[in-house]
Design a protein around this ligand. Structure first.
Ligand code: ADP
Ligand code: BMX
Ligand code: ZN
Length: 290
């Protein structure tokens, strides 16, 4: 059976066909529309998947936001061009005529990454540092989605009570400081208006303000990982997302984590499936549900 897997992020939409050997074929990407209308997202999804639909028997979606009964609800609407609600499953069923499963992007990625780890690992977390900061928690070998799908939204735990206001309405969330959008929003002077990718490149060039912003992100991530270790004694944390996978970011995080007392240490590794963890996780979950 071939699955059309789709990953809806705050910056990019990705799609690919996942075959029975769990390989990603015919991968495509488009920018996430900046407009606030559901029509713009539906049209972008249509353009993304049109060339792939004919070869798939089911659809599996990993999406930013809280996914509840097939409806996407943004916890941080800033990350979706202001779009707070979207009928995800109904839209894709109408576009493809195929059965469709939808799950949060970081929860999906956590499942794919968990399955790529040795069987002795039963408690782990996946964290994406991307447009936002998303998380997926595996406890005793199970993906924890919670009562209403909110479980794992660790990007909205408190990093600094005096920090920037987050799009979710809270002040000083991890996401407001450490995410791609958060990094860009804190930029000043010659970095004003640059996105996190450009700021990261400046950091690699030794730009002092860029390095302050990137190390601020990595320090915040390390504290979050220590909090996770204290919360449920995870055996490891897997990092993904374009900021999380950027050159040198993981070693900054492990360096800051090493400064915490040893009971809060845990192994931190880069995502085995790199940028495809969400696509593969959604496809695996759809396969296991069928
Ligand atoms: P999404 O959030 O849509 O899943 P990404 O994982 O690509 O997408 O994350 C997007 C964020 O990562 C943006 O803030 C972007 O500026 C930043 N980014 C993209 N590429 C890089 C890179 N090579 N280095 C650092 N940051 C990057
Ligand atoms: C936000 C939230 C999470 C998501 C995370 C990473 C929204 C729209 N999204 O915290 O559901 O998992 O961002 O998303 O509220 P990404 O776009 O960075 O991949
Ligand atoms: Zn928040």
């Amino acid at each position: 059976m071939t699955t059309l897997a789709i990953d809806i992020g705050g910056t990019k939409l990705a799609a690919g066909l996942i075959n029975a050997q769990r390989q990603v074929l015919a991968r495509r990407e488009l920018p996430t529309p900046a407009s606030q209308t559901p029509t713009a997202l539906r049209e972008a999804l249509h353009a993304l998947i049109m060339p792939l639909i004919g070869r798939a028997q089911r659809v599996a979606v990993a999406s930013t936001g809280i996914i509840r009964s097939g409806l996407l609800t943004a916890l941080n609407p800033d990350n979706l061009g202001g779009l707070a609600q979207f009928p995800l499953v109904d839209t894709l069923t109408a576009l493809t005529g195929l059965p469709c499963l939808a799950v949060n992007d970081a929860q999906a990625a956590a499942w794919a990454e968990y399955r790529a780890l040795p069987v002795t690992v039963r408690d782990m977390a996946f964290i994406t540092v991307s447009t936002g900061v998303g998380g997926g928690i595996i406890g005793n070998g199970k993906l924890i989605t919670g009562h209403q799908g909110l479980a794992g939204h660790i990007g909205h735990t408190l990093a600094d009570p005096h920090g920037p206001l987050c799009g979710c309405g809270r002040r000083g969330c991890v996401e407001a400081i450490a995410s791609g959008r958060g990094i860009a929003a804190q930029a000043e002077d010659d970095l004003l208006g640059l996105d996190a990718r450009a700021i990261y490149a400046q950091h690699l060039n030794g730009h002092p303000q860029a390095t302050r912003l990137i190390t601020g992100s990595a320090r915040t991530l390390a504290r979050l990982i220590a909090d996770l270790k204290a919360s449920y004694d995870c055996q490891c944390v897997v990092l993904g997302g374009s900021v999380g996978l950027a050159e040198g970011y993981l070693s900054l995080v492990t360096g800051f984590l090493a400064q915490e007392p040893s009971p809060f240490h845990t192994a931190v590794v880069a995502a085995h499936h790199r940028h495809d963890a969400g696509l593969l996780g959604a496809a695996l979950l759809a396969e296991e549900e069928a």
